[in-house]
Design a protein around this ligand. Structure first.
Ligand code: ATP
Ligand code: MG
Length: 566
């Protein structure tokens, strides 16, 4: 591709709208442009990187025996009503009406549509197993779209769905996808980990998220230093033994804590550690108020809490509800005297003489004990911490941030039951098909790769997903020797590699800057050495520069490609 003809609008300034490196770089390198909140156009360079990822995905999905389909993006409400998700999905589902006043939505995911397709076509166990996938645009009306392609509202996803006759088959399909995903992200050049993920209302242990390790990641993942335990913090079970306190209970006392709301303020004021306090957090679980108690130095895990309560929607109670239930301003809630169900974290079991809010503005209680109020249920409802032991082996835990690029999930019969997708087994008995679903965020994968592979000058594309492999840079197109050799090389190299040919009549500095920004893995510079028939090869990743004779250029490039993961 000739740069002079290429639609590649690079930016010198830092785009104000972007917070993280990958988003800034994708804008600056002319890969994407924003149309609206969370909605982006892919420019040629960005689309090439996306297509590279898609190609890797296709190859690995096909290799794993999955077959590509393409399902509609516009989906009738009836199917979603049948599965029960028309009500449950909430505001991320973009709904609209057609001219006949019928309800539709834009597909945020395709379980309903694929299950409908399969229930109509699959009759017998002989038609199974089946794994169908597509690479397609999804729409989710995300509450906080941000970070460019990382969390868009419109985005490209690869989604696959497996259909099996029995549990064993379903597990096999699951692990096949696990393997395929591992290969896909390895081939994309990513530093990633597969971690155990929450299985929601379905339960069981079959869900993994594929996390690209990066500080800007929105998920926290926890690993064990001693065994192979790795989980999303949402899921990680806390297994700490409760150390019963040796103190004997003292009588409860009310203390004046004017204007002290937070754990730090209260414990600082009273001169005690945060672990002496119990936080009382009021939630609305499907609209009904409940109180959750955790130790002051612990954090509530809302995923665990909502599973425990079996609710659809869990939200922090608004100020009015807190006031109404506690009779106090926010910040002074406590369990003593509360009239709503109280769920307490397991760590509370060993606690004696703790501090809580007094349900009275500007007051707390000290020396509160479990006998002072009624707990409806004790359960693991907090996030694991670095002080906790590994739930599997008791070893030491490490925490990291991750970007979820892929998610695999054993669905069981959730959709086949609600949508009545059955088959006849060998005995002629009707059974539900067992399903799995498997997603990859394509744009997010490109963004995550850039997040992990960049430096102060720009993107450093991993070779396998680079939009071009070679950046051919004649320093002066007015110099005949340079210009003619560049034209010749462009043609000959182009038979083997994807070449971006910077044929612009620009100052060398401008070209070098753009080359670094765009991050093509190998740069070939035609400059002063050309008189001796030599060109400069620069590896973007290592900044290593190699002088190569023109007649050994191909060989040198091949060696570099071997080295940097072609
Ligand atoms: P998240 O927790 O990040 O919202 P999710 O659990 O909703 O993700 P899935 O429904 O499992 O995601 O979707 C499959 C994949 O699609 C995710 O692993 C992610 O890579 C990608 N994805 C999901 N939401 C978005 C989004 N808003 N923008 C870009 N990619 C997304
Ligand atoms: Mg989501």
């Amino acid at each position: 591709m000739r740069y002079s003809r290429y639609f590649l609008p690079t930016l010198k300034e830092l785009p104000a709208e972007a917070e993280i490196a990958s988003h800034k770089l994708m804008l600056r390198a002319g890969m994407i442009r924003k149309l609206g909140s969370g909605i982006y156009s892919y420019l040629p360079l960005g689309l090439r990187a996306i297509r590279k990822v898609e190609t890797i995905i296709r190859e690995e999905m096909n290799r794993a025996g999955a077959q590509e389909v393409l399902l509609p993006m516009v989906q009738p409400a009836e199917l979603w009503q049948e599965s029960g998700r028309w009500e449950k999905y909430g505001k991320e589902l973009l709904r609209f009406k057609d001219r006949h006043n019928r309800d539709f939505c834009l597909g945020p995911t395709h379980e309903e549509v694929i299950t409908d397709l399969v229930r109509r076509e699959v009759r017998s166990y002989r038609d199974l197993p089946l794994n169908l996938y597509q690479i397609q645009t999804k729409f989710r009306d995300e509450i906080r779209p941000r970070f460019g392609l990382m969390r868009g509202r419109e985005f490209i996803m690869k989604d696959a769905y497996s259909f099996d006759a029995d549990e064993r088959g379903a597990e096999k399909s699951y692990w096949q996808m696990y393997e395929a995903y591992s290969r896909i992200f390895t081939r994309c050049g990513l530093d990633f980990r597969a971690v155990e993920a929450d299985t929601g209302t379905i339960g069981g242990s079959f869900s993994h998220e594929f996390m690209v390790l990066a500080d800007v990641g929105e998920d926290t993942i926890v690993f064990c230093q001693d065994c192979d335990f790795a989980a999303n913090i949402e899921k990680a079970e806390v297994k700490s033994s409760i150390m019963p306190s040796k103190e004997s209970p003292k009588p409860r006392e009310e203390v004046h804590t004017p204007g002290k709301h937070t754990v730090e303020e209260v414990t600082g004021f009273l001169g005690v550690s945060a672990s002496r306090l119990v936080k009382t957090i009021i939630y609305l679980a499907d609209g009904k108020p409940i109180a959750a108690l955790v130790r002051g130095d612990h954090e509530i895990n809302e995923v665990k809490l909502s599973h425990l309560l079996g609710c659809n929607e869990l939200e922090l109670a608004p100020e009015e509800v807190v006031k109404q239930q506690t009779g106090a301003e926010v910040g002074f809630a406590g369990p003593v005297g509360l009239q709503i169900p109280i769920v307490a974290d397991l760590a509370l079991k060993g606690m004696v003489n703790f501090i809580t809010g007094a349900n009275k503005t500007d007051y707390h209680y000290v020396n509160v004990n479990l006998s002072d109020f009624k707990v409806s249920q004790f359960a693991d409802i907090r996030c694991i911490t670095p002080q906790d032991p590994c739930p599997r082996c008791g070893g030491k835990l490490v925490f990291k941030k991750g970007i979820e690029v892929g998610h695999i999930f054993k669905l069981g019969t959730k959709y086949s039951q609600s949508l009545k997708a059955t088959y006849l087994d060998a005995q002629g008995k009707e059974r539900y098909i067992i399903m799995g679903c498997y997603g990859i965020g394509v744009g997010r994968t490109v963004a995550a790769a850039i997040e992990q592979n960049h430096d102060k000058n720009g993107i450093v594309f991993p070779y396998p997903i680079a939009p071009f492999q070679i950046y051919l840079l004649p320093v002066d197109v007015k110099n005949n020797l340079i210009a003619e050799t560049a034209e010749r090389l462009y043609k000959s190299l182009g038979t083997k590699w994807e070449v971006l040919y910077d044929d612009r009549d620009e100052r060398p500095g401008v070209k070098f800057k753009d080359a670094d920004l765009i991050g093509i893995p190998i740069r070939i510079t035609l400059g002063k050495h050309l008189k001796e028939n030599r060109v400069e090869l620069k590896i973007r990743k290592t900044s290593e520069v190699i002088l190569a004779d023109l007649n050994e250029l191909n060989e040198k490039i091949e060696n570099i490609v071997k080295e940097i993961g072609g």
